[in-house]
Design a protein around this ligand. Sequence first.
Ligand code: PMP
Ligand code: GLN
Length: 395
Amino acid sequence: MTTTSATTTTPAITLESKLPNVGTTIFTVMSALATQHNAVNLGQGFPDFEGDHRLHQAVANAMFDGHNQYPPMAGLATLRSAIASKVSALYAHHIDAEQVTVTAGATQALLTAMLAVVNAGDEVIVLEPCYDCYIPAIELCGATAVRVALTPGSMQPDFATIAAAMTPRTRALVINSPHNPSGTVWCEADMLALQDLLRGTNIILISDEVYEHMVFDGQAHQSALRYPELAQRSFVVSSFGKTYHVTGWKIGYVVAPPALMAEFRKVHQFNVFTVNTPMQHGLASFMQHTEAYTDLPAFYQAKRDRFRAGLANTNFKLAPCSGTYFQCVDIDGLKVAERDLSEAEFCKWLTAEVGVAAVPLSAFYADGFDQRRIRFCFAKQDATLDLALQRLATL
Ligand code: PMP
Ligand code: GLN
C-alpha cells in the first residue's frame, strides 16, 4: 500500500508570460471605480440606454422558434447576405456572402485576422493613440508592433512618418476611423494617400471601422471598402454592438477578399468555430430596418452637441469631435490643483471625488505618453450627460 504524505506540495509552475506588459484594461478599471464611488460612468464606452426592442424581440423569437444549435461556421447565410447587401449599398463594394464572416465582436475579428496573416518576426504598424487590443494581438502572433504617432494635437495621420516606419518585414497596418479615442475621422484625401502608400507593397490593411455609423457634420464614412485597391488588401471590421446599442452582445463581422478570408476562416473555426445562433437570426431580420443606422449620425451628433455645449461652460478645453461617441478634453486649464496629476491619477480623482469617470489618453499609448488629455463617452441619456456636466462645472 502506498501512502501519500499530507505535506506533499505542488511543484512550482514556471511561466513566461506571453503578454508581460498587460494588466487589467483601463475600461474595466474605470468602470469598477465608477461603481465603487457611484460616479457617472463616462469612462468605458457603452450606451446607458436600450437599443431597438424589435431587435431584442427578433432574437427572443429565434430562440423560442428553436434556432439554438450551431449555425454554419462562417455565420448564417441570411445574415451574411444582408451584410453583403449593406456593404454594396453603402460603400459601392460589390461582394457576396463568401467575403463576410460573422465574429464574436470586433475584438475577436481583429485577433483572428492577425493570427491568420501575421507570423512570428513580422512587423505590424499601429497608429498611436490606439485601441487597447491591437498591440497584444500583434504580440500574441510573435510579431512586433511598430508604433507610429498620429500628429500630436490634431491626431491626423502623417503619411511620411508611416512611410518611414515601413520595412520589408511590415506585414500589416492597422487603422481606425472614426478613431477611438480621439474622435477624428479620416477624409477621402487620407484614404487616397494611404492607397498610394500601400500600392506595390505586400502590406495587409486591417481597418477597424466599428464606429462607421457615427460620423458627424454631414461627412461620409470613408470605409476602406470604398477604395478598390485598399479593399483587395483589407480586413474591414465592424461591430453590431456599437451600431445597435448592444455592446454586451459581442457580435460583429469581418469583410475581406477571398484569399484573406480563406485564411481568416481557418483560424476562426478553431478560435470560436462560430457565433451564437439566435442573435444571428435576429440581426438578419432586423437589418432590413436601415433607418437604425442611417439615423445614427444625427442621434449621436445631437448628444455630442449637447455635451460639448455643456463642456464649453467649464474649464475643460474641448478637442474636435467628428465621429465616434467620445469627446476628448484637455485638463491643463482647470482651476483645481489636481490638474497637475498624471492623466491616469486625474481620472481616478475625478471618479472618486467629483463623481464622473473618464479615461486617460495615456492608456492608448504603449509608453503611457501623457498629453494632459482625457476621454469622455457621450453615449448616454441626456439626463446622465447633464448630471455629469453639473459636476464638471465645479472644476
Ligand atoms: N475597436 C474599437 C476602436 C473599439 O472602440 C472597440 C470597443 N469599444 C472594439 C474594437 C471592440 O468591439 P467589440 O465590442 O465588438 O469587440
Ligand atoms: N471599446 C470600449 C471603449 O473604448 C470599451 C470596450 C471594453 O471595455 N473592452 O471604451
